[in-house]
Write a protein of this length. Structure first.
Length: 146
């Protein structure tokens, strides 16, 4: 399952937002109907995980982290503490909790960005700010791929 796209949407007064149809179709084709939403580890955005991707990530973390090590257990706890299960209603909308909206500065306009097997949800102004100039992007990509 791979998500591709960069789509703007608006949240309503209750915090509900339509998941873009291109992403819904990808989820339906993969038989996914449950989603997990959490704040990104590095950026001020939210990450929407299909349940199977989330479960794979949880299994990988459990394999790598020792549950009998206090510090590693705290890292695991911190990762899952912000996670929320979300479901799409019959219209393809889901609720962005007030708590997560506040953590990443989402007001009303959001940008959905397909990033491989997950979908990032950005506040519109932060999405614009994170985009690199073409020259910077090309230089970084060249350095990483050389």
């Amino acid at each position: 399952m791979r998500f591709l796209g960069n789509i703007e949407a608006k949240a309503d007064a209750k915090g509900r937002v339509f998941l873009p149809s291109v992403f819904r179709k990808t989820l339906q084709a993969a038989g996914e109907d449950r989603l997990i939403l959490r704040k990104d580890v590095h950026e001020d955005c939210l990450v929407l995980y299909p349940e199977t991707v989330w479960n794979e990530q949880m299994d990988e973390m459990r394999r790598r982290l020792n549950r009998w090590n206090r510090q590693q257990q705290q890292v695991f706890r911190q990762f899952v503490i912000d996670a929320e299960e979300v479901s799409l209603d019959t219209n393809g909308r889901f609720l962005l909790s007030q708590r997560l909206q506040e953590k990443v500065g989402i007001d009303q306009t959001v940008r959905f960005i397909g990033v491989g097997d997950v979908i990032e949800v950005w506040a519109e102004e932060k999405a614009r700010d994170m985009e690199q100039t073409k020259g910077d992007f090309a230089t970084e990509l060249e350095g990483m791929m050389s």
